[in-house]
Design a protein around this ligand. Structure first.
Ligand code: NAD
Length: 290
């Protein structure tokens, strides 16, 4: 069993971006600028945004963090997005999800200029991704593709199962894995909460991406010998022994599954850092396209 070390691969990507930023500076070109909007005080969201801001510092990007109260109106949030859309210095905009219940996530996603939509959630970018045209690809599935590339894993012809069909992870992941690319060229089955005999699908899979948000869901009896397993899940579970009062659990029962795998991602240190590295890549692309 070998580990797909997302921390290592993410560091390598950020290091490369840092050099590319330095080159831009030397040529008198603009430095990439990411603007992040955080609504409310959700602890996990604040942690993710802080990690993104830190990654900007590491790579030499400029970052702007806009914090809004959880009571902010949708109108005010859309106005904030509009002003960032119009700001020529801002290359990428992300709105950290989830949003409070009184705000429509779809309206917010639709309001972001597709040229600055570095999360790749805008319908224009989703459509381009499905067509295989150049677009911003959602950061988590893109990060997984970059991780597979980093370890030179040939996925051509593999039977892949993606568990979860969200617009953020599962659905775009299924599109990317089935594309005529390397990595890609998989035969993809997408499983979800209504799938019958999910374990049977998994048992036949050469590659499994678990993205359902159910801690330790994928167990050893559901995985065939030699499979590649990617664990996207991050769930905070109370743990009094930890300083911050919680531990992070993935969707994979790592202790049981890992010995059967050819490759596996750990949690933490797998997909999480790759998501951030992919976001940085998208922001650099947004800047260099101008
Ligand atoms: P989501 O809740 O939007 O979607 C979950 C999907 O899983 C749904 O499509 C649902 O049909 C499916 N599902 C739920 N229970 C199931 C079951 N018992 N059997 C089969 N399918 C089931 O979640 P999401 O935004 O896609 O995130 C999934 C997980 O990935 C969460 O733990 C989230 O925190 C994590 N995540 C991690 C990263 C990262 O960078 N590592 C990024 C995004 C999301």
């Amino acid at each position: 069993m070998k580990i797909l070390d997302g921390k290592l691969a993410a560091e390598a990507i950020k290091e490369e971006l840092k050099l590319q930023v330095a080159e831009r500076v030397a040529e008198g070109k603009k430095v990439p600028h990411l603007a992040a909007i955080l609504v409310g005080n959700n602890g996990a969201s604040a942690t993710y945004v802080a990690a993104k801001v830190k990654a900007c510092e590491q790579t030499g990007f400029i970052s702007t963090l806009v914090r809004l109260e959880s009571s902010v109106t949708q109108h005010k949030l859309l106005e904030t997005i509009q002003s960032l859309n119009e700001d020529p210095d801002v290359d990428g905009i992300l709105v950290q999800l989830p949003l409070p219940a009184h705000i429509s996530e779809q309206d917010v996603i639709d309001a972001i200029d597709p040229q600055k939509d570095v999360d790749g959630f805008h319908p224009v970018n989703v459509g381009k991704m499905v067509q295989g045209a150049e677009s911003f690809v959602p950061a988590t599935p893109l990060g997984i593709m970059l991780l597979l590339s980093f370890y030179k894993i040939d996925t051509s012809g593999l039977d892949a199962v993606v568990i979860g069909r969200s617009n953020i992870v599962g659905r775009p992941m299924s599109v990317l894995l089935s594309a005529n690319t390397q990595p890609g060229n998989c035969t993809v089955t997408i499983c979800h909460s209504k799938t019958k005999a999910l374990a049977e699908h998994c048992k036949k899979a050469d590659l499994i991406v678990a993205a359902l948000g159910q801690p330790l869901f994928l167990t050893a009896d559901m995985v065939k010998e030699g499979a590649i397993v990617i664990d996207v899940g991050i769930t905070r579970v109370e743990d009094a022994t930890k300083k911050n009062g919680f531990k992070l659990l993935g969707d994979v029962d790592y202790a049981g599954v890992a010995p059967k795998c050819s490759w596996i991602t750990p949690v933490p240190g797998g997909v999480g850092p790759m998501t951030i590295a992919a976001l940085m890549k998208n922001t650099f692309l947004a800047c260099s396209r101008k």
